[in-house]
Design a protein around this ligand. Structure first.
Ligand SMILES: Cc1ncc(COP(=O)(O)O)c(C=O)c1O
Length: 441
């Protein structure tokens, strides 16, 4: 179909098919997409949108990336399915080897699955098998998935309403979210100490001490782009080890260049005991993974875990090509544009009273919107303003810009574009954000 033959009727047909034949878990379609290239989405009427959200932080090397498309097509013609362990194959072997090379420290052996949720659940199983212990500490506001096991780790009632009981043996510790913490006025180093001490208190108060793992997102994504203080991750790992437990870094959202390093743990000089991956790993083809040092990974025995589609050769071939792009210029671009964007967003804090805080690493940036006339939960910081975020998002959409909205209080604008984005495209996005904020003044 050429762009000129796109029609409004096609958009409407898709919307009504969604209403009639899909389960209603999303209130309305955001932007129907007919095709996409780089950072541009095109709907069925031929309208173009600047994509600043990458399909929830997935299409890291850009829509329609040629190297990824060629690698996937080539593999599609050769051999589509082998179940990674039933028919050992080249893309799985090569990708596992590449992951051992690009992940920090001694992370070496990988299990492939199909999604972030599965990676998280598999990682917890491995931690249990390795330690012989059961309990897991996760963080309040964390998001680790929606199946019953991963939902138990997710620290947000919004995802759990009506879905209990989930796994037991999970306790949640406060997130390292200084903007809304009662430890407002201390230095970053002191806050890191206090946030880590919160974890020790939760272990003592809410577990039996039979700890298998502590799971953290190095930068919290769905929780509202929360960047922890510099020493936090290292301290959390020390606490885990003192309890003979493992640190699981959930890099489903932060991995594969998103934060300007291939993995966000690298910003904090930490090699986790298990590293989960998905989202950006194969630039949109379904693939998840978790990786551990041999001494931990070898705790799994034959039959302990498996996935029929996990390690699909087409997705693995796409991942290999995508990693090639990330190691070329794309991660460097994420770092460079991310540094530029960080400064531009910081300026918004002074320009608009409704911008409470901006924060992020690389091209994982958040703009927390607030009502400056009201005080937030626990009397700390201005009140979150989720309704403003909703309005800003729809202004942006009308202006042809897709930006995410998230956060524990649903008041954080999320800028997580393809990492290949140009400064001009980011400038367009920022101009759009300013216009939307002006319109809501
Ligand atoms: C940190 C993190 N872990 C796990 C998941 C779940 O991934 P998936 O939706 O691929 O199952 C997500 C999804 O947003 C995530 O951000």
């Amino acid at each position: 179909m050429t762009k000129s033959s796109y029609t409004k009727a096609d958009n409407e047909r898709i919307e009504s098919a969604y209403d009639e034949y899909l389960m209603p878990i999303w209130k309305s379609l955001d932007v129907p997409v007919r095709e996409a290239s780089g950072c541009t989405l095109t709907d069925f009427e031929g309208n173009e949108y600047l994509d600043l959200f990458s399909g929830i932080s997935v299409v890291n090397v850009g829509h329609g990336n040629e190297a990824v498309a060629n690698a996937a097509t080539d593999q599609l013609e050769r051999f589509v399915h082998g179940c990674s362990y039933v028919h050992p194959n080249e893309p799985v072997a090569d990708l596992a080897e590449r992951i051992a090379e690009i992940t920090p420290g001694d992370l070496q052996k990988t299990f492939f699955c199909n999604s972030g949720t599965e990676a998280v659940e598999g990682a917890v199983k491995l931690a249990r098998k390795h330690t012989g212990s059961k309990e897991v500490i996760a963080l309040e506001m964390a998001f680790h998935g929606r199946t019953l096991g991963s939902l138990a780790l997710t620290g947000n009632r919004a995802y759990k309403d009506g879905m209990a009981p989930t796994l037991n043996d999970v306790a949640h510790a406060p997130a390292p979210y200084q903007y809304r913490s009662s430890h407002q006025d201390c230095s970053e180093a002191v806050f890191a100490e206090r946030a880590a001490a919160d974890i020790e208190r939760v272990i003592d108060a809410h577990t039996s001490g039979d700890l298998a793992a502590i799971i953290v997102e190095p930068v919290m994504g769905e929780g509202g782009i929360v960047v922890p203080p510099a020493d936090y991750l290292e301290r959390v790992q020390t606490i885990a080890h003192e309890h003979d437990a493992l640190l699981i870094a959930d890099e489903v959202q932060t991995g594969y260049g998103r934060t300007g390093e291939l993995f966000a743990c690298e910003h904090f000089d930490v090699t986790p005991d298990i590293l989960t991956q998905a989202k950006g790993i194969a630039n949109g083809l379904p693939l998840g993974a978790f990786t551990a040092p041999a001494a931990i990974a070898d705790s799994f025995e034959s039959g302990d875990h498996l996935s029929t589609f996990g390690g699909n050769p087409v997705a693995c071939a796409a991942a290999l090509a995508s990693i090639g792009e990330l190691e070329g210029e794309v991660t460097a671009n994420a770092r460079e544009q991310g540094n530029w964007l960080t400064e531009e967003l910081e300026a918004l804090e002074n320009e608009y009273a409704v911008v409470g805080e901006t924060r992020g690493l690389g091209l994982m940036q958040g703009v927390e919107l607030v009502n400056p006339d009201e005080t937030g939960p626990n009397g700390v910081a201005p009140a979150p303003d989720p309704s403003l975020a909703k309005h800003v998002s729809s202004h942006l959409r009308d202006a042809g810009i897709v930006m995410g909205v998230g956060g524990f209080y649903k008041n954080v604008m999320r800028l997580q574009p393809p990492l290949s984005i140009t400064q001009e495209e980011l400038e367009r996005g920022l101009d759009g954000l300013r216009v939307a904020l002006e319109a809501e003044r």
